[in-house]
Design a protein around this ligand. Structure first.
Ligand code: GLU
Length: 273
C-alpha cells in the first residue's frame, strides 16, 4: 500500500467519502434526510391522513402539515411522508425519524412526558361506528353486552375503554382501517375512536355504517415534536395560528371533512409552548 501513487490515494479517499456521505446525510437530518423535511401522518384515515392509490397525500392533517411545512420554508416537493401508526408516534419523534407528526394525535399528560405538542389545532371526541343495520348498540354501555369492539393499540380511545368499560371485549388492531374492514365483514360489532375519524370511514362507504351515541371524551389534536424543542414548537404554533387566521384552516376543514357531513367548528385557540 505505501507504494501507491498519489492519484490512487485520492481515488480511495473519494470512494470512502461516497460511502460515508449518505450516512452523514441521514444522521444529521434530525427528521430530514438530505434536504427533505420528514413529516409523520396516517396513511389510512380518509379525510384526515390518506395516501391515495396514485401516491399523493390528502386530508385535513395533511393540509395542516403542509401549511406548517411551507411556513418553515419547505415547499410540498421537499416533504417526505412517514406513516405513523398510533402506537409508534412517540418513538418516531424520540428517534428523530420525523421532524413532527400531524396524525389525529391527542395531547395527553402521559405523552407529554416523552414529546412536546403544538396545538390544539382540532378538538373532537371519542365515538362508536357500527354497521348501518345494527340496532342494539346505542352507546358504550351497550357494548358490555358481549359485543366485540375494535380499536387501535396505543390510542387514547382503546385506553379509555380498558379503564372505564373493562367488561367490553376489546380487540386492538394496528390501524383503524383494519378495524373498519373487520366491521364490514362481521368479525367485530363496533369500532371506537374519534368521531372525525369514524365520519371519514362512514363517508368512504356510503350506506354501510353509522355513528351512534354522543361523543364521550374530548380529544385535542396536537402536532407532536421533539421534547424541549421550544423554537420549533413556537414556529409550528405561529404557523397554525396563521392558518386559522387567514381562512386556510376552514377551507381545509370544509374540503376534507365537509364530505363526511361535519360542519367546521370555530378553530381552537392554541396553547403556548
Ligand atoms: N386521538 C386518539 C389518539 O391519539 C385516537 C386517534 C389515533 O389513534 O390516531 O390516540
Amino acid at each position: 500500500m505505501p507504494t501507491l501513487p498519489r492519484l490512487s490515494w485520492r481515488l480511495v479517499g473519494a470512494a470512502a467519502l461516497a460511502v460515508a456521505l449518505p450516512f452523514a446525510a441521514t444522521a444529521c437530518g434530525g427528521g430530514g434526510s438530505g434536504d427533505k423535511l420528514v413529516i409523520g401522518t396516517k396513511f389510512d384515515q380518509p379525510g384526515l391522513g390518506l395516501k391515495n392509490p396514485d401516491g399523493t397525500m390528502s386530508g385535513f392533517d395533511v393540509d395542516v402539515a403542509k401549511y406548517v411545512a411551507k411556513e418553515l420554508g419547505y415547499p410540498e416537493d421537499k416533504i417526505e411522508w412517514k406513516e405513523s401508526p398510533s402506537s409508534q408516534r412517540e418513538n418516531l419523534i424520540q428517534n428523530g425519524q420525523v421532524k413532527y407528526i400531524v396524525a389525529t394525535y391527542s395531547i395527553t399528560d402521559s405523552r407529554k412526558e416523552k414529546v412536546d405538542f403544538a396545538g390544539p389545532y382540532l378538538v373532537t371526541g371519542q365515538s362508536l361506528l357500527v354497521r348501518a343495520d345494527n340496532s342494539d348498540i346505542t352507546g358504550a354501555e351497550s357494548l358490555q353486552n358481549n359485543k366485540k369492539l375494535c380499536s387501535v393499540s396505543g390510542s387514547t380511545p382503546a385506553q379509555r375503554i380498558k379503564d372505564k368499560y373493562p367488561g367490553v371485549q376489546l380487540q386492538q388492531y394496528d390501524t383503524y382501517s383494519a378495524c373498519v374492514e373487520a366491521l364490514k365483514n362481521g368479525a367485530i360489532d363496533a369500532v371506537t375512536t374519534d368521531e372525525v375519524i369514524l365520519a371519514g370511514y362512514a363517508a368512504q362507504s356510503p350506506g354501510a355504517f353509522k355513528i351512534v351515541g354522543q361523543p364521550f371524551s374530548e380529544e385535542r389534536y396536537g402536532i407532536g415534536l421533539k421534547k424541549g424543542d421550544k423554537e420549533l414548537c413556537t414556529k409550528i404554533t405561529d404557523a397554525v395560528k396563521k392558518m386559522e387566521a387567514d381562512g386556510s384552516w376552514k377551507a381545509a376543514f370544509d374540503k376534507n371533512l365537509g364530505p363526511a357531513g361535519i360542519t367546521a367548528p370555530a378553530p381552537p385557540a392554541l396553547d403556548g409552548c
